[in-house]
Write a protein that binds this ligand. Structure first.
Ligand SMILES: [Fe+2]
Ligand SMILES: [Fe+2]
Length: 339
């Protein structure tokens, strides 16, 4: 039950000896006790006193539907009684219908996973400025992204992330979500999907060393600034090498995600076969993400328009992969996009 709640928000477990100190930001309560036990009733009476008349959503799990049990539970603060035999997800859904009637549990799960991964990304960028990152920490961001995309769909992930105004935060999480969705749609194994999402989360880590006045410039970059901006790919690669134990896919993606099949990309001007498949895949997610993002100097493009631009990049991107990507985005969207 606690882990079902944890998927949505923070959860504190309390025993019948709980003294209910520091509960000001408690949003709801699940009670799973035997009310025949005096210590359980004492504990709930103390909770009611601590709440000082504040009525919180409070679901009691009961083992009988006898009217006397329901009455007693209500007297001890229950806003609803449910069978203790129900599965945790159903109970959690009922609780959150009372706490947040404006959102579904799926939406709340996506929001929480984004907050979790976002904190991780922010920490990663702060530590990267010193030249290294903790790849173990990045690992903790993989499941939240993959679970949120699975739970709320790619559209849910994109909608919530796009509402965020920190450009780099938004970009990393968008690329990670798009990559997770693309990997799912391609039927990649869980191991390969994890590798791809890891690479997506760190691919722009070199931007931690780009001066903020260039990174956040509210206008187009001039050629000198653009030259500085382009160094983020090799810098990111250096940061990962210095961090140690980085897998070859993440290293390649970080250095080469701006390479194009026709050799017009940077930093190494690689072409065709020299660009590995995982890099080609991530490059597509990266470009699409940049197109649909709000930047200080541009409005986000509609998704159909962004796909049209990708389809127009023949020679630079792999056509078959672009078609597969378009399918992965379209099948997930509530409003299908014509490719
Ligand atoms: Fe980049
Ligand atoms: Fe990027």
């Amino acid at each position: 039950m606690a882990s079902a709640v944890e998927a949505v928000t923070e959860c504190r477990l309390a025993g019948v000896d709980e003294t209910w100190v520091g509960i000001d930001d408690t949003a709801g309560i699940l009670v799973n006790v035997n009310l025949a036990q005096p210590e359980a009733r004492r504990c709930l009476t103390l909770l009611l006193r601590r709440l000082q008349g504040r009525r919180l959503p409070c679901i009691h799990l009961v083992r009988t539907s006898a009217a006397s049990t329901v009455r007693e539970a209500q007297a001890l603060g229950a806003t609803a009684c449910l069978s203790a035999l129900l599965d945790p997800e159903t109970v959690v859904e009922a609780l959150f219908r009372q706490i947040r009637p404006d959102a579904t549990v799926s939406e709340l799960v996506v929001q929480r996973q984004i907050a979790r991964t976002g904190t991780l990304i922010n920490t990663m960028f702060q530590t990267a400025a010193s030249g290294q990152i903790d790849l173990q920490e990045v690992e903790q961001g993989l499941d939240p992204v993959m679970n949120a995309v699975k739970e709320g769909g790619l559209t849910g992930w994109l909608e919530v992330v796009r509402a965020h105004d920190d450009v780099t935060f938004q970009h990393c999480l968008l690329v990670a979500g798009l990559t997770a969705g693309f990997a799912r749609s391609l039927g990649l194994s869980s191991k390969d999907s994890h590798l791809m999402v890891r690479a997506a989360l760190v691919h722009d880590v070199g931007k931690s060393r780009i001066p903020p006045e260039i990174l956040n410039k509210p206008g187009r970059l001039d050629p000198d600034e653009f030259r500085v901006m382009r160094t983020h790919a090799p810098i990111g690669h250096e940061i990962l090498l210095a961090s140690g134990n980085c897998d070859p896919i993440t290293l390649a993606v970080t250095r080469h995600h701006h390479e194009m099949l026709d050799g017009s990309g940077y930093p190494d001007g690689l072409s065709s076969d020299a660009i590995a498949d995982p890099v080609r895949l991530l490059t597509i997610c990266d470009i699409y993400s940049a197109l649909i993002e709000r930047r200080p100097y541009k409005e986000p493009l509609p998704e159909a328009e962004a796909l049209r631009i990708l389809h127009g990049m023949t020679g630079k991107l792999e056509d078959g992969l672009v078609a597969a990507f378009a399918k992965s985005v379209s099948t997930d969207c509530r409003h299908p996009i014509a490719a």
